[in-house]
Structure formats: structure tokens, C-alpha cells
Design a protein around this ligand. Structure first.
Ligand SMILES: *[C@@H]1O[C@H](CO)[C@@H](O)[C@H](O)[C@H]1NC(C)=O
Ligand SMILES: *[C@@H]1O[C@H](CO)[C@@H](O)[C@H](O)[C@H]1NC(C)=O
Length: 268
């Protein structure tokens, strides 16, 4: 090849590379966006047998052409799919048949949160919400864990206070405290059902008028109850706290929009 031939040849190659780069850039501009998908809780803990909400929504609230795919890691098919204004469930994994829904009135604001009914232990795992719309899109990962937890009910008999909580998993432990946070000597019995759900009975000796704190906890959930004894009556108040507090995780899509547009203008 002559020197000129070589120059032309390499120029052609260079041009082909530049044009391919421009085409890729234009395609990625068309199919990507610069907005974000969020979740109000990327590490929820669901109560077995109850319903739970997997949160996923767009930062932008006025959107059209919303499509959503919920997937679960290592699972074939989809958990839920919504496209062209309707549910699209041909590929839905049978594990989720009849147990999932989106909220149509929320979807129009870019909220693709998934309601999962009657949570099972096999629902544990890594979920991905893939959201796209006319304006923006992206994905967010949610790690769902399952537990069983119920607040205890209290009964008083012969100066002994009994706390009973019917459903716990994994196996919890029980601590009794007085209002000064001193540990009291209680007596706890934990029974396990064939389905591996634990039932808790715990007693503590009490005086006629005082308050007692009963804490039932495992690695995922802590239930704290305050039982107040007045004569022969007991009143109670409980709350739960969950391990790994809710977090806002942002997944930002490629945001090459601005630089990409400048690049194209320079070339044309
Ligand atoms: C999304 O919709 C669900 C179901 O209506 C609702 O509970 C949740 O609060 C909504 N989230 C946001 C961020 O609007
Ligand atoms: C009770 O369980 C919690 C959570 O698993 C653990 O951190 C704690 O050490 C346990 N307490 C006792 C007294 O075993």
C-alpha cells in the first residue's frame, strides 16, 4: 500500500470508530435518563404470614409510560411486571402467583411499590425494582428478610406477672427490667411448633403497684413492652424496633446527558 493509501485507510478506520461512538452515544441518550429510583426501605423485615410493602419509586413525580419489572435474585421469571398500562404476568414465577400487586393510583406518580401478601420464609432475598418511564428510570435493590414477631399479652395472678407472645422466629430471648433498667430474675419457657415458630411464656414476681419492662428479642426484631400493675389490673404498651434501620439508597442512571449533548454539538 502506498503512503497515501495508508493514510486514507487509517482515516476511514478512524471515521468508522468516531461514527460508531456517536451512534452508541445517541442510543444511550435515547434509552437512559438522568433521574433516580429510590426506596424508603432497602432492608425491610417482614412478619411471616402478613403482608409487606417493597418500596420503589421515582424521584420525578409526573411521569407517563411507566413500566416496572420486579425480579428476585436466583429466581426464574419475574415477581411482577407492568407494561403498556397493564400487568404482564405470563412470566411470573409461580411462587408469587396471586400474592403480588402494584397500586395503580400510585403508579401514575412513579411509585412502583410492590405489595407482597402472606409472606413466606422463601420470600427472603434480594429483589430488584426496574423502573422506566417517559422521563426517567433506574433500578433499586431491596434485601427482604423474614421473621415472626408478636407483642406479648400480660396476665397477673398471685403476684406473678406472665407475658405470653405467640409467634416468634428466629428463637428469641426474654429480659425483664424495672424502670431503673435493672435486670429482674424472670422465668422463661419457649415452645416450638412443628413449623418452627416459637411461643414464649415468661413470668416475673411483682409487687402490687409498679411497672415492668419485658424485652423479647432476636437478631432481627426487638419487642419492648411496659406492663403497669395497679392492684389486680395490668395495662400494657409495646413497640418494635428492627435491625438495620431503613435507608434511602439512590441508584443513579448514567448521567452523561450534558456532556454527551455538548460533544455532539461540537462535531456538527
Ligand atoms: C407508594 O405507594 C404505596 C402504596 O400506596 C404507599 O404506601 C407509599 O407510601 C408510596 N410511597 C411514596 C414515596 O409515595
Ligand atoms: C438475646 O438475643 C440478642 C439478639 O440475638 C443477643 O444480642 C443477646 O446477647 C441475647 N441476650 C441473652 C441474655 O442471651
Amino acid at each position: 500500500m502506498s503512503a497515501l493509501g495508508k493514510i486514507i485507510f487509517y482515516s476511514m478506520i478512524a471515521l468508522i470508530i468516531i461514527f460508531s461512538a456517536i451512534i452508541i452515544l445517541i442510543l444511550s441518550l435515547a434509552f437512559s435518563s438522568s433521574s433516580a429510583v429510590l426506596s424508603s426501605n432497602t432492608a425491610p423485615i417482614a412478619n411471616l404470614g402478613q403482608d409487606t410493602l417493597l418500596s420503589c419509586y421515582l424521584l420525578t413525580q409526573t411521569v407517563t409510560k411507566v413500566s416496572v419489572t420486579w425480579e428476585k435474585k436466583d429466581l426464574s421469571g419475574v415477581v411482577y411486571k407492568y407494561k403498556n398500562g397493564a400487568a404482564n404476568l405470563q412470566d411470573q414465577n409461580s411462587q408469587f402467583k396471586g400474592r403480588t400487586q402494584l397500586f395503580s393510583e400510585a403508579l401514575v406518580t412513579g411509585n412502583a411499590s410492590l405489595l407482597l401478601r402472606n409472606v413466606r420464609q422463601s420470600d427472603e432475598g434480594e429483589y430488584t425494582c426496574i423502573l422506566s418511564s417517559s422521563h426517567s428510570g433506574g433500578t433499586v435493590n431491596i434485601h427482604l428478610r423474614t421473621a415472626a414477631f408478636t407483642a406479648p399479652t400480660f396476665t397477673l395472678s398471685n403476684s406473678v406477672l406472665t407475658a405470653h407472645a405467640g409467634r416468634w422466629f428466629p428463637k428469641p430471648n426474654v429480659t425483664w427490667l424495672n424502670l431503673d433498667d435493672e435486670v429482674l430474675q424472670g422465668n422463661t419457657t419457649i415452645l416450638v411448633s412443628p413449623k418452627k415458630i416459637y411461643s414464649v411464656w415468661s413470668t416475673v414476681p411483682v409487687t402490687s403497684t409498679d411497672s415492668y419492662i419485658c424485652r423479647i428479642e432476636n437478631d432481627l426484631v426487638i419487642s419492648v413492652s411496659t406492663a403497669t400493675v395497679t392492684g389486680s389490673a395490668v395495662s400494657e404498651e409495646s413497640y418494635f424496633t428492627f435491625s438495620a434501620a431503613s435507608s434511602l439508597l439512590v441508584s443513579v442512571h448514567l448521567s452523561i446527558t450534558v456532556t454527551g449533548v455538548l460533544f455532539i454539538y461540537n462535531l456538527t
